[in-house]
Design a protein around this ligand. Structure first.
Ligand SMILES: Nc1ncnc2c1ncn2[C@@H]1O[C@H](COP(=O)(O)OP(=O)(O)O)[C@@H](O)[C@H]1O
Ligand SMILES: [Mg+2]
Length: 313
């Protein structure tokens, strides 16, 4: 078995008396996309800063690319790239010039060819010879990531890579992250968007209260919630009662609204079919039905006990 790309055990970090990380455990397999999901202030950037050797942990261990971040920070740095800070991008230069300069700094054999390849890969060929000052936010973000890929890091850290991008920019960033993953690079990204973790990640960890509240594949996390729910609307009180009578005992039913029932199906289509058969046998015809499939959002909010933004009903 190959060593994990990233292995974090009992990691702790406080800023003065504020305990941000209270014992974080994470394992990221090589060549996978891992999403660390958490609200603003949960400690995502703090974890990235520790894993990329920018700040020390108070306790616990972290190994990145097979090296302990505290004992061998230079070896860790040789295997990783951290992007999202725009630190390396020079506005006065063109994208091509930026990439070539970075290639030369990192002693890449043919920095010109590497720059050309990265420009194409990140959809920047047409704008390659324009000064970066004229770039949109999404283009700058793509260039920033391209810069980080020079020298072929085996592990790439992306701190909220789509934060602040418009929907189109976000989709194109997703494509870039997928293409990174296809090339075998391990990607560790943070996000506040559950949809993003669901789209991109092989595994997700939910960071809450300084600990990993849950970890698994997106499907496993969704599986932590009760199975799919189907809501049936009925014509009148008599039908609603008859439907309850027909289903009770074998199905988990909640009477959600006056003339509606919500039934837990456990996710199987056979169970859904069974509901319709029971209703037909009881001579009850629903006027409408809706399937409610749990999303990662539901998992996240059930784990973190948080309320969604906006007015509560
Ligand atoms: N250098 C620092 N000094 C003091 N507090 C910090 C520092 N860095 C982060 N924090 C605090 O730690 C918490 C987690 O921050 P951060 O890791 O940036 O969260 P996230 O990236 O998930 O939004 C926040 O409450 C933040 O204010
Ligand atoms: Mg952050």
């Amino acid at each position: 078995m190959t060593e994990p790309a990233i292995e974090v055990r009992a990691l702790r970090k406080s800023f003065r008396d504020h305990q941000v990380l209270r014992g974080v455990d994470l394992t990221v397999d090589q060549g996978t996309v891992f999403a660390l999901l958490g609200k603003n202030g949960a400690g995502k950037t703090t974890i990235i800063n520790i894993l990329t050797t920018l700040i020390p942990a108070d306790a616990g261990t972290a190994r990145v690319g097979g090296f302990d971040v505290a004992a061998h920070p230079e070896s860790v740095r040789r295997h990783i790239s951290l992007t999202g800070q725009f630190a390396a991008v020079d506005d006065v230069l063109t994208a091509r010039e930026n990439l070539i300069l970075m290639g030369d700094l990192r002693h890449v054999a043919n920095s010109r060819a590497t720059a050309k390849e990265l420009l194409a890969r990140f959809g920047l060929s047409d704008a390659a010879d324009r000064r970066v000052a004229t770039y949109s936010g999404g283009m700058r973000r793509r260039l920033d990531i391209a810069m980080g890929l020079i020298g072929d890091p085996s592990i790439v850290f992306l701190d909220e890579p789509t934060n602040g991008l418009d929907p189109e920019g976000r989709l194109s960033m997703w494509e870039n992250i997928r293409s990174l993953a296809h090339s075998g690079t391990t990607v560790f990204l943070t996000t506040q968007y559950l949809e993003e973790a669901d789209e991109l990640a092989h595994r997700v960890a939910v960071l809450h209260d300084g600990c990993v509240a849950a970890t698994g594949t997106p499907a496993e996390l969704k599986g932590m919630l009760p199975g799919d729910l189907v809501t049936f609307d009925f014509h009148d009180e008599r039908d609603t009662r008859a439907a309850m009578e027909a289903l009770k005992g074998d199905f988990d039913i909640t009477r959600s609204e006056t003339l509606a029932l919500t039934v837990a199906t456990g996710g199987g289509t056979a169970r859904v079919a069974e509901i319709f058969i029971r209703l037909r046998d009881a001579r009850v015809e629903p006027v409408d039905f809706t399937q409610l499939i749990p999303t990662l959002d539901d998992v996240f909010f059930s784990l973190t006990g948080g309320a969604k933004e906006g007015p509560q009903t």
